[in-house]
Design a protein around this ligand. Structure first.
Ligand code: TYD
Ligand code: MG
Length: 410
């Protein structure tokens, strides 16, 4: 026997054709909170582990307590372990915000071994752990919240989820910057990564899956915050556009693809004479570098000038423009503000803008148009290479930012 074969028992491990592998039947427990179930891929998957990240105060605990209450009402055993708040504090919140939370088992504990013991003893099918930064395992000396503890606890929890078939949801705080020693280091361990976000001043909260072994990613769920807790918003486009002031310059509407669903949002721009010094460029909800590129293209290819102007751009409802398909709407809002002429109230802007000033086609055109048509939009400015009209909505071709300048500012 050669040294190479020591320890390898070839023959006892038998690979099989993929076609012979039995399809696992994926069970899902729906919470009955439609946007929550949708974003996680159709419901809670037993034996899986999900991380829900978000800034402190955004509503993570409330959302998970609501989900736990729903699953409990559906007959599942649930345990909500909190190191963030005492059971008394949880009770106060529940009384105020969460219906049917009474039968949910709660535990104020930070030692992971004790939490898992309680989960086992109570036969929890759903275990919520709030938060990963507050728990520690006996097997490490370091403090709770340290990278080592966070990772070790997550690995324990993942093993527990797989062995016991428990669905585990773990809360992880992230700060404004995004990458604190916590959620980021866990993303590759867990099955599902959810982010809960929104402008803290606004009443909307956005839930998104950035990783999902059991469903598609980037689906967006929208919630509104109420005195009775979070309530799912079934028609985000209408809500996002509700506050739009038609007839005001500096506003343009676009349709974003959020996962598989189109969502309409308003982009607002304000170009105002700047005081002394370098003009300001402030972008909220889009990459400031993208704004800089678009301004440069409008100057060099569109013959306009923002040089002496402060420029502010924002997207309503705390939504972020994450695809270049929104370029045309940003440019339209900028030109509209510059010329002080409103864009047509029934117009949608869809397209990426290249460095040459050319307007490029984008994917999912027809689906975006259908959503816009449903909401009463009648024309869509887009690349001439883009597909055709949909029922009730006319495609207006724009080949170049020149054409956009003529359409809006002239
Ligand atoms: P919380 O769920 O505690 O946020 P996180 O766990 O992410 O830190 O919510 C923060 C505060 O907002 C809390 O005091 C409850 C309140 N709140 C409402 O009043 N209504 C709501 O719909 C939500 C989600 C929160
Ligand atoms: Mg919390």
């Amino acid at each position: 026997m050669g040294a190479r074969s020591v320890g390898r028992k070839v023959g006892t491990v038998v690979p099989q054709p993929l076609a012979d592998v039995e399809r696992a039947k994926l069970v899902r427990w729906t919470t009955g909170i439609p946007e929550f179930d949708f974003v996680i891929g159709g419901g809670v998957v037993p034996g899986s582990m999900a991380l829900i990240g978000g800034e402190p105060g955004i509503g993570k605990s409330t959302l998970l307590l609501q989900a736990a209450a729903r699953l409990r009402a559906a007959g599942r055993h649930v345990l909500y372990a909190s190191g963030e708040e005492s059971p008394e504090q949880l009770r106060l919140r529940a009384d105020r915000l969460v219906e049917d939370a009474g039968p949910v088992l709660v535990l104020g504990e930070t030692r992971l071994e004790a939490i898992l013991e309680a989960a086992r003893a109570s036969k929890a099918e759903l275990l919520v752990l709030d938060s990963i930064q507050t728990v520690y395992t006996d097997s490490l000396e370091s403090a709770p919240g340290s990278v080592g503890q966070v990772r070790e606890c997550a690995a324990h929890l993942m093993r527990y989820a797989k062995e016991s078939g428990t669905a585990v949801f773990v809360v992880g705080h992230v700060t404004k910057g995004g990458t604190i020693a916590g959620p980021k280091t866990l993303e590759h361990i867990v099955d599902t990564v959810l982010y809960f976000e929104g402008e803290s001043s606004l009443d909307y909260r956005l839930l998104r899956a950035t990783k999902n072994r059991f469903g598609s990613v980037d689906e967006l769920g929208v919630f509104s915050m109420t005195e009775r807790g979070l309530s799912a918003v079934p028609n985000p486009s209408a809500v996002f556009l509700a506050a739009r002031s038609e007839g005001t310059s500096g506003s343009a509407v676009t349709a974003l693809m959020e996962g598989t669903r189109p969502v309409l949002v308003e982009v607002q721009a304000l170009a105002a004479p700047s005081g002394y010094g370098t003009p300001q460029r402030v972008a909220t909800g889009l990459d400031p570098r993208r704004l800089a590129v678009l301004l440069a293209v409008l100057e060099r290819r569109g013959g306009t000038s923002f040089a002496q102007l402060d420029v502010f751009v924002q997207v309503t409802a705390g939504v972020k423009l994450r695809e270049p398909g929104a370029d045309l709407a940003v440019a339209a809002a900028l030109l509209s503000s510059l010329s002080n002429k409103p864009t047509p109230a029934d117009a949608l802007f869809l397209g990426e803008i290249g460095l040459g000033g050319e307007v490029r086609p984008i994917g999912g055109f027809e689906r975006r148009l259908i959503e816009a048509s449903r909401l009463g939009f009648r024309r869509a400015f887009a690349s001439p290479r883009q597909g055709s009209d949909v029922q009730g909505l006319r495609h207006v071709p724009l080949a170049h930012v020149d054409d956009l300048v003529r359409a809006i500012a002239a």
